[in-house]
Design a protein around this ligand. Structure first.
Ligand SMILES: Cc1cc2nc3c(=O)[nH]c(=O)nc-3n(C[C@H](O)[C@H](O)[C@H](O)COP(=O)(O)O)c2cc1C
Length: 324
């Protein structure tokens, strides 16, 4: 693919973007951006490409988690203004906090709400933090519709790292897992008994917190193998289609950042899907960083000041068990 024809500002923008990325990744990224620019110029019949086209191409090819950094390349003044919630209390209090409810997946719960068990795991260590408050609102919606709800703070549980022994994959292995901890004592059983699983996560360093990664590592053992005469067949402890899920994710970035970590939310959905648990509701919520790190001066979650946003969690929680 030939180098695109860029004007001086377009070229400088491309170099500034690449400069912000690890050196070892730059050649591949340059190639991808260049490819997009060339195809777009061909389609639009325009040349040379300018700054806007380079930014458009970059937004298209890179991880959305990097897009807030692009604001700095696009307009440094605007970028600095938009970061004032970090250093200025008025800006902190007036910054937008947005909850996005993903379009729900139509589903018909297999039981009436009063017979349903909703089991929630919060991987934020902050009890009463923003993830926790949103989860409680969702659980309130489910509970007021009649469901039984229960929530665990993952960090308060004794959950050991998976040791990779693979005993759970030996045909005929009778235990769920070889490790002795809260997972094997009661959490696996609670998961097997639940109708709905709710996963709450704050974004930590661009991904899910370590305790949630460990939780999913430990859930791998529900996929088993059995021998049947001369064949080994795959089987599962979680019966396909038996459970649904909701994912609630919060993060720091403020302003137009409500899609920035949707790929991580999606990753959680893919993991659940791998266990044949279909996510039917999801919330992405942003704006929980800055001067008071997502709290107010009374150390209450800042999302409590946004009742309209909280309502979305309540409604999603209700729909989770009613299907409406
Ligand atoms: C160790 C750590 C790493 C974080 N990394 C990110 C990040 O990469 N991107 C981001 O937008 N926010 C990041 N944050 C901010 C949290 O995602 C945000 O404050 C979250 O909503 C907190 O949820 P909570 O109030 O439920 O604890 C980080 C916070 C911590 C403590």
């Amino acid at each position: 693919m030939p180098e695109p024809v860029l004007d001086e500002e377009g070229q400088a923008t491309l170099e500034a973007i690449l400069e912000r990325r690890p050196a070892i990744t730059r050649p591949a990224l340059r190639q991808k951006i260049t490819h997009f620019i060339n195809l777009t110029m061909q389609a639009r019949g325009s040349t040379p490409g300018g700054k806007d086209l380079v930014l458009e191409a970059t937004r298209f090819v890179i991880s959305p988690a990097f897009t807030p950094h692009l604001d700095a390349v696009e307009n440094l003044g605007k970028y600095r203004d938009r970061r004032s919630y970090k250093f200025d209390k008025d800006a902190y209090y007036t910054a937008p906090r947005i909850v996005k409810r993903w379009p729900s997946v139509a589903h018909q719960p297999q039981k009436p709400p009063r017979e349903m068990k909703v089991l929630a795991f919060n991987s934020s260590p902050r009890k009463g933090g923003n993830t926790d408050v949103l989860m409680d609102e969702a659980l309130r919606g489910a509970s007021e519709a009649g469901a039984q709800t229960e929530k665990y703070m993952l960090q308060k549980l004794n959950i050991r790292y998976c040791v990779g022994c693979r005993k759970c994959k030996e045909p005929g292995y009778e235990k769920i897992c070889s490790l002795k901890d809260d997972m094997s004592d009661f959490i696996y059983q609670k998961i097997l008994d639940a109708d709905v699983i709710v996963i709450g996560l704050p974004i930590y360093t661009g991904r899910e917190p370590a305790q949630l990664a460990t939780f999913f590592d430990r859930l791998d053992c529900e996929r088993r193998f059995d021998t049947h005469e001369d064949r080994v067949t795959a089987t599962r402890l979680i019966k396909p289609g038996e459970k649904t899920a909701m994912v609630i994710c919060t993060w720091g970035y403020v302003n137009d950042a409500v899609d920035v970590y949707d790929h991580i939310v999606e990753r959680m959905m893919v993991l659940l899907h791998g266990h044949r648990v279909e996510t039917v509701e999801a919330l992405s919520a942003c704006g929980f960083a800055g001067m008071l790190h997502g709290f107010d001066d009374d150390h209450r979650a800042i999302i409590l000041r946004y009742p309209e946003e909280l309502k979305k969690a309540y409604e999603a929680g209700r729909a989770l068990v009613t299907g409406e």
